[in-house]
Write a protein that binds this ligand. Structure first.
Ligand code: C2E
Ligand code: MG
Ligand code: MG
Length: 512
């Protein structure tokens, strides 16, 4: 009578159908757990991928070490800033900052210290731009700052950046010192958008070649490649014999009487094919290849000859000649100068030797001996470009200097009200006070505006030099101007003869 489960419709354990059902349920459960796991891991993977892509795109925007903007992002920013300038005529300048000999820091102290120093340097640089994304790290030890500023303000900023980077860094237990080479390129004067960054880099490299620790404006002649450099060097070797070198003269003016006190001789090279070449280009080349001594001898002889000629014409002004560090370290320098002076009957006290601060402050036995010889010969020594090097008061006191020339970057910054209490005004005031306490006369170079002139007078400068009074001109033009009793508006003085030709590119076909 007992009927089976299947017959009654109820499920009975042992029934194969039941078993099949159970197996199916179990399989489904396993599959769903598996699917759940798979979904979770997919979700995890998606999150990881997202995080990685955020990180990657952040790395494309930011440099992972310093947090500064990357090169690619900076190029994009530059693009839009250039477009803005094109539309509304704003100002735009790039400072390309290369840290000098940074490799030796890594080699001497290891990568961790090197990285720490890069991070600290980046922080200081960021303090000089308007917004965080205006400074980029473009290669391991190179940075670029984008300034909404004109050439003058950019030069002043370059000096401020240089000073900031030269202050000691405390990395772990170490006190480290840096120096930087800075190239400046302004839009649109120094190149179209695609060339601007490269041109700023070229200017930075030109500073490095000159020994580093300085800044320079881009000059088309800096773009010469190594073949052209070699050609230029060959031509420079011939320049003296071919009489292609020439001296231009720029007066120094007594701040109170506005009389000419002296004329500074500034070298020019009239190249037969390339036009006028700046001494900023060929003097470093001559220094690197041992030509500066012969060129310097020619400059001295020519300047003395000119001084004698002016004296005969009744013009009584001191003559100033720039002396390179390479000349200074030669034992026979003073003997050669004395010979030129003697040949042209010029008393040694009428000749000023301008020696840049960085060279003058080299505390080596050779420099000390050189200064001692200059002192004994009774020559008038001037410390040029003062404020850009690392002077110590003690060294300054030891030098037989009679004059100190404040670097033109400080003068340019006088107009800049933003420089505030710690700015150029207080620096110039401090330099004047210190110089006067050492009985040195103070000359301000690069005076371009009446406002700068008035401020320099107020700050106590003794002499002024700059485009406001006269650009460097030929000896004949200077004589005419001097005879005209300082007629500043004289036509020979408004458009600079040098400036008019200086911007001719070495290769006229080269793009902007
Ligand atoms: P430096 O001796 O400091 O000369 C001053 C430079 O500033 C000159 O540039 C001059 O033309 C320029 N300058 C003068 N007034 C103004 C101004 O108001 N505004 C601006 N923006 N610039 C002004 P230059 O003639 O191109 O000479 C550059 C440097 O080349 C000189 O700097 C000097 O260091 C070097 N140099 C020139 N002649 C000789 C030379 O005979 N021998 C050596 N060893 N170096 C020389
Ligand atoms: Mg000078
Ligand atoms: Mg100077």
């Amino acid at each position: 009578m007992g009927s089976s489960g299947s017959e009654s419709g109820a499920l009975v354990v042992g029934d194969p159908l039941v078993w099949a059902l159970l197996v199916c349920i179990a399989a489904l459960a396993v599959a769903s757990v598996h699917l759940l796991r798979l979904a979770r891991s997919r979700q995890r993977l998606r999150l990881q991928l997202h995080a990685a892509s955020v990180q990657i795109s952040d790395m494309q925007i930011h440099d992972p070490l310093t947090g500064l903007v990357s090169r690619a992002e900076f190029e994009a920013l530059l693009e839009s800033e250039v477009a803005r300038v094109d539309q509304c005529q704003g100002q735009l300048s790039l400072l390309y900052v290369g840290l000098d000999s940074f490799r030796s820091i890594n080699e001497s102290y290891g990568l961790r210290v090197g990285d720490g120093l890069l991070v600290a340097a980046a922080k200081r640089l960021a303090g000089h731009v308007a917004q965080g994304h205006d400074v980029a790290r473009v290669s391991s030890d190179e940075f670029v700052l984008l300034l909404r500023a004109d050439q003058q303000a950019a030069m002043a900023q370059a000096l401020a950046v240089q000073t900031a980077l030269s202050q000691a860094f405390q990395i772990e237990a170490l006190t480290l010192q840096l120096s930087a080479s800075i190239g400046i390129a302004c839009y649109p004067d120094h190149g179209s958008r695609p060339r601007l960054l490269g041109n700023a880099a070229l200017a930075m490299r030109a500073v490095k070649h000159g020994g580093g620790g300085g800044h320079a404006l881009y000059d088309p002649a800096m773009g010469v490649n190594s073949r052209e450099q070699a050609d230029l060097l060959q031509d420079l070797r011939q320049a003296l014999v071919r009489h292609e070198l020439q001296l231009y003269y720029q007066p120094k003016i007594d701040a109170k009487t506005l009389q000419i006190t002296a004329a500074e001789a500034l070298l020019r090279w009239q190249h037969p094919k390339r036009g006028m070449i700046s001494p900023m280009v060929f003097v470093p080349l001559a220094e690197r290849h041992g030509l500066i001594v012969d060129i310097g001898l020619w400059v001295m002889e020519e300047a003395c000859r000119q001084a004698a000629q002016w004296r005969e014409a009744g013009l009584r002004m001191r003559i100033a000649v720039n002396i390179s560090g390479h000349q200074l370290r030669r034992e026979d320098l003073v003997k050669q100068i004395e010979a030129s002076l003697l040949r042209h009957h010029i008393p040694p006290s009428r000749l000023t030797c301008e020696i840049t601060e960085s060279v003058a402050m080299e505390d080596t036995a050779l420099t000390r001996q050189a200064f001692e010889r200059l002192r004994r010969a009774g020559l008038h020594v001037s410390i040029d470009d003062f404020g850009t090097g690392h002077s110590s008061l003690a060294t300054l006191r030891r030098l037989p200097a009679a004059e100190l020339k404040i670097d033109r970057a400080f003068v340019a910054d006088l107009d800049n009200e933003a420089s505030g209490a710690g700015g150029s005004n207080s620096i110039v005031r401090a330099i004047v006070q210190m110089a006067h306490s050492l009985h040195l006369r103070v000359v301000a170079e690069g005076v371009e505006t009446e406002a700068q002139r008035d401020e320099l007078l107020r700050l106590g400068c003794d002499e002024l030099q700059g485009y406001l009074f006269a650009r460097p001109v030929t000896a004949a033009s200077l004589a005419l101007w001097a005879e005209g009793d300082g007629d500043v508006a004289g036509s020979a003085f408004s458009p600079s003869l040098f400036q008019a030709t200086a911007s001719i590119p070495l290769d006229p076909a080269a793009p902007g």
